[in-house]
Design a protein around this ligand. Structure first.
Ligand SMILES: Cc1cc2nc3c(=O)[nH]c(=O)nc-3n(C[C@H](O)[C@H](O)[C@H](O)COP(=O)(O)OP(=O)(O)OC[C@H]3O[C@@H](n4cnc5c(N)ncnc54)[C@H](O)[C@@H]3O)c2cc1C
Length: 476
């Protein structure tokens, strides 16, 4: 096996073609082998029979925590009931050199590159207690398997909430929301998990348990490791507990649709928001027809602004909105229509019929230009939506989208789209695509010099490459 430095040398571009491939995240078969390589000489085992894993687990924790699963991925799933059992499982896994896929409810395990090998799913689904909740302090600590929906329904009684609304299944666990840094439409007003997590307890690949941050809002001196674990896709450790700060839940929730015949009219409205007094919770741009919302608006393009605040604040913002969106037609759906709209909008994101789902991020100011690039390079997507205030474009298409192109052309065209985003300082992540595309194109794309640092961090946290090997950026 080659050393770390050899690997980096192989990945550094040496010819225009190599440069283009590296920049767009296209796998050269030789590079692909290197990218997916475990970080260390201590290669995990490839020959472990499920029965042997089960027997070893039974000697460490109660047998009812173990499920022999036939799901894609690892042949065995174990669901510990607390942090001590979780630590015991990881100690065993690292001693036996099993490859581990950490998971919560397991609803988004197809995201990222496929782990190169997997012996065991370690699920936090049965670690789902609320450990501490102090409404007066606006903080809470939960086990990682607690769902966002369950926690928010408890906090709702105190008119509080964790203001995150990632797309996906209601079973989504808070550990996974943190591990994937998942955020939905509310990111415009409230940010992402990194803004709300104040502490974590993490079980490392060798079973050691450490804490980062704490349970009070101002608690970090030096490096904030919570920020590192958040969004690391389970490659650095298994999150066992999380502490959150919370937000008071406002009493008014109103959505206004700004309708226009073209995206550029609405883009001009979005550009004016930062200089106005508007503080929308969500700013979403989409074509109602493309996602089955034509009964709510038949405009070509709609900007939905959601205001979540106290009634007086919402009222004055609606007056301001009318002045900055003067070129658009404003329309307020009824409460039940607005709820139905949210439901359909979210369902679109996770609909099983989409063969392709891409996420392109650029600066908000470049949103219009990036939409034009998309139309030029890969027109006729099924639906295009945007977190417009954050410069995030979400593209959906059915599996036959690129059938008009020759097979070899398909990944290249997607790579061209990725290069267009990168030329604007942005990135394109492939959330869903047919296997033949994923075989040629790294789903994350190339991250340049950052890949060296990321591999070094992985090496320090998980030297045997036990956790989710190969799933994340730069093959870590
Ligand atoms: C179809 C679909 C589309 C989605 N689209 C988006 C989107 O566009 N934007 C967005 O932000 N989110 C998106 N999500 C993600 C979603 O919001 C949640 O992050 C996800 O559903 C988490 O649920 P889970 O418990 O089933 O996670 P799982 O599927 O169990 O795990 C997801 C990932 O997190 C890791 N992980 C889980 N738990 C832990 C832990 N305790 N410690 C360390 N690593 C862990 C896993 O290894 C895996 O890589 C989508 C989800 C689905 C199902």
């Amino acid at each position: 096996m080659c050393s770390q430095s050899t690997r980096c040398a192989r990945l550094s571009p040496q010819s225009p073609l190599k440069w283009y491939k590296a920049r767009c995240g296209i796998y050269d078969p030789a590079d692909s082998l290197l990218m997916n390589m475990p970080n260390r000489e201590a290669a995990p085992r490839q020959d472990v029979a499920p029965d042997r894993i089960i027997r070893a687990l039974e000697s460490a924790i109660p047998g009812d925590r173990i499920i022999q699963s036939s799901a894609i991925g690892a042949p065995v799933t174990v669901a510990p009931r607390d942090v001590n059992e979780l630590a015991e499982v990881l100690r065993l896994a690292s001693g036996e050199r099993w490859r581990v896929i950490p998971c919560g409810a397991g609803t988004w395990l197809e995201m990222g590159n496929r782990p190169v090998e997997a012996h065991l799913h370690v699920s936090t689904a049965h670690m789902n207690r609320i450990i501490e909740y102090e409404p007066a302090d606006l903080t809470a600590t939960v086990e990682a398997g607690c769902t966002l929906a369950d926690f928010n329904s408890v906090a709702f009684e105190h008119r509080q909430f964790i203001p995150l609304d990632p797309f996906g299944d209601a079973r989504m666990t808070l550990g996974a929301v943190a591990a994937t840094a998942s955020a939905g439409t509310l990111r415009a007003g409230f940010g992402t998990p990194r803004d709300w997590i104040i502490g974590m307890r993490v079980v490392h690949a060798d079973g050691r348990v450490t804490k980062a941050g704490g349970k009070v809002v101002k608690n970090v001196a030096g490096y904030d490791l919570c920020k590192l674990y958040t969004g690391s896709f389970g490659t650095l450790g298994v999150i066992a507990e999380l502490s959150f700060k919370l937000r008071a839940r406002p009493s008014e929730d109103r959505t206004i649709l700004c309708e226009a015949d073209d995206a550029s009219t609405l883009g001009a409205t979005v550009k004016r928001i930062p200089d106005s007094d508007l503080q929308p919770a969500a700013v979403e741009m989409f074509s109602p027809r493309a996602i089955g919302l034509e009964h709510i608006s038949d405009a070509n393009c709609v900007l939905a602004l959601r205001f979540l605040a106290e009634p007086e604040a919402v009222k004055s913002q609606l007056v301001d909105l009318a002045s900055i969106a003067d070129a658009a037609r404003l329309h307020e759906p009824h409460d039940d229509e607005a709820m139905e709209m949210q439901r359909l909008y979210r369902a679109n994101e996770t609909a099983a019929h989409w063969g392709y789902s891409l996420r392109i991020s650029v600066l908000p100011a470049d949103l219009g230009a990036m939409l034009a690039d998309l139309e030029r390079i890969l027109p006729r997507a099924g639906a295009v939506c945007a977190h417009a205030a954050n410069g995030i474009i979400r593209v959906f298409a059915d599996a036959a989208w690129l059938d008009g192109l020759k097979t070899a052309q398909r990944p290249r065209r997607l790579a061209e789209l990725r290069a267009a985003a990168q030329s604007r300082g942005g990135q394109m992540v492939i959330i869903r695509a047919p296997d033949e595309i994923r075989a040629h194109l790294d789903v994350w794309g190339e991250v340049g010099d950052a890949s060296r640092w990321m591999r070094e961090i992985k090496e320090k946290f998980d030297p045997q490459a036990i956790l989710n090997p190969g799933r994340f950026v730069a093959g870590i």
